[in-house]
Design a protein around this ligand. Structure first.
Ligand code: SAH
Ligand code: SF4
Length: 395
């Protein structure tokens, strides 16, 4: 783990935090096909939609008058029926290590977060998919807050649109800054599937962010039917929050396991890999003191993914030191225990990493983020303190 001793900058909400124009369509809601359909209704050809899409996502433009290669007549039409609007920013915190955390207002007293994590060779944005979460994992403060609502496609995309262009403006850059997106913020992305998939398509589209399939990760607690659909619709990198090596324990930690037990989940992982032949599944495993962190648990995991007979699952493990919060009644495993656990997995030939903390001084976290705007100070205190460069146990 890292500790960060330097100061935190709290920056006032940037300019995008203005009121959403009423009754016009937010173009961030659309993938390219959606935008083409919208433009068609205005009597415009698809290539116009492509131009518009590029202005919005590649250039960060929101003022139609600035889109100089669009005909004036089209710009005027757009001004009457459309807008480009990010989410209002409640706060922005910049860590000494370069991690940036934004808290966005999604209305009704709810907030979601996005976190940017710069590393030497990449810039990763952790994005939220829901306000709250209905899965209710015991170790997750989002789960303890309950479910408020699904984010729309535009609200998911807005986190990337805003972060990318705010960072470019701040750093004085014109080239891409965010190279990876992980759907590891608040919420269970596969329980918001219909909004998620168009958002993923925007991330992957060469006319927008042009991220490769392997640089966009969906993290799921194991919504088996939707894993199958994602394989068909948009097979990006898949992370599965496993957290336990047997059903009784997983039933307790990740209640969704009662519906989709481990065997079914692993079978879905293997079906997923058929669509992504050179890929692997990342299993996330939150290390909980005395609960799931014993060496016998590691051995059970090995037996699951590398059985003596049968194919097993092509995977790597990411061990996450638990970030405690009082309501959970759980504690973080000792570092020695995490390392011993990881070593057993590594010795069995499983690539295993331990998540390292980033942005400690700003409570930058994914996975257990702020819930209620009215209660955000308390929520911030509960936030996880780890994210994430991987410390390799084996290479
Ligand atoms: N709902 C999805 C994605 C969001 S959670 C999922 O569960 O995969 C993203 C990650 O944060 C998950 O792996 C989850 O296990 C982890 N997480 C949640 N609460 C945590 C905590 N208190 N400490 C450490 N990791 C946590
Ligand atoms: Fe939801 Fe993921 Fe938290 Fe579980 S860990 S409650 S699925 S956000």
């Amino acid at each position: 783990m890292t500790t960060t001793e330097t100061a935190t900058a709290v920056v006032a909400a940037p300019a995008a935090a203005t009121a959403t124009p009423a009754k016009t369509t937010n173009l961030l809601e659309f993938d390219l096909d959606g935008l083409a359909a919208f433009c068609e209704k205005l009597g415009e050809k698809r290539f116009r939609a492509t131009q518009l899409f590029r202005w919005i996502h590649q250039r960060g433009a929101r003022d139609f008058d600035a889109m100089s290669d669009l005909a004036k007549a089209l710009r005027d039409k757009l001004k009457g029926c459309a807008h480009v609007q990010a989410l209002p920013v409640i706060s922005e915190h910049v860590s000494a290590d370069g991690t940036v955390k934004w808290l966005f207002d999604v209305g009704g007293g709810n907030a979601v977060e996005a976190v940017f994590i710069p590393e030497d060779d990449r810039g990763t944005l952790c994005v939220s998919s829901q306000a709250g979460c209905a899965v209710g994992c015991r170790f997750c403060s989002t789960g303890h807050q309950g479910f408020s609502r699904n984010l729309t496609t535009g609200e998911i995309v807005a986190q990337l649109w805003f972060a990318e262009h705010a960072l470019r403006a701040r750093l004085g850059k014109t080239e891409r800054i965010i190279s990876n997106v992980v759907m590891m913020g608040m919420g269970e992305p596969l329980q918001n599937y219909s909004a998620l998939v168009p958002a993923l398509r925007v991330m992957l589209d060469d006319h927008a962010y042009g991220l490769s399939r392997r640089r966009v990760t969906v993290s799921t607690s194991g919504v088996v039917p939707m894993i199958d659909r994602l394989a068909q619709d948009c097979p990006v990198a898949l992370a599965v929050s496993l957290h336990a090596p047997n059903d009784p324990l997983r039933d307790n930690l990740v209640p969704l396991n009662r519906k989709y037990p481990i065997e079914e989940l692993l079978a879905a992982c293997n079906r997923y890999l058929e669509h992504a032949p050179r890929d692997f599944i990342t299993f996330e495993y939150c290390m909980l003191d005395g609960v799931n962190d014993q060496l016998e648990h590691a051995q059970q995991l090995i037996d699951l993914v590398k059985p003596a007979r049968g194919a097993g699952v092509r995977c790597k493990f990411n061990l996450i030191p638990f970030n405690p919060f009082p309501a959970s009644g759980l504690l973080r495993s000792s570092q020695a225990q995490v390392l011993a656990f990881g070593k057993l997995l590594s010795d069995a030939g499983i690539v295993t990493t331990v998540r390292k903390t980033r942005g400690d001084d700003i409570d930058a976290a994914c996975g257990q983020l702020a819930g209620d705007v009215k209660d955000r100070t308390k929520a911030a205190e509960r936030m996880a303190k780890q994210r994430t460069i991987a410390l390799k146990l084996v290479t």
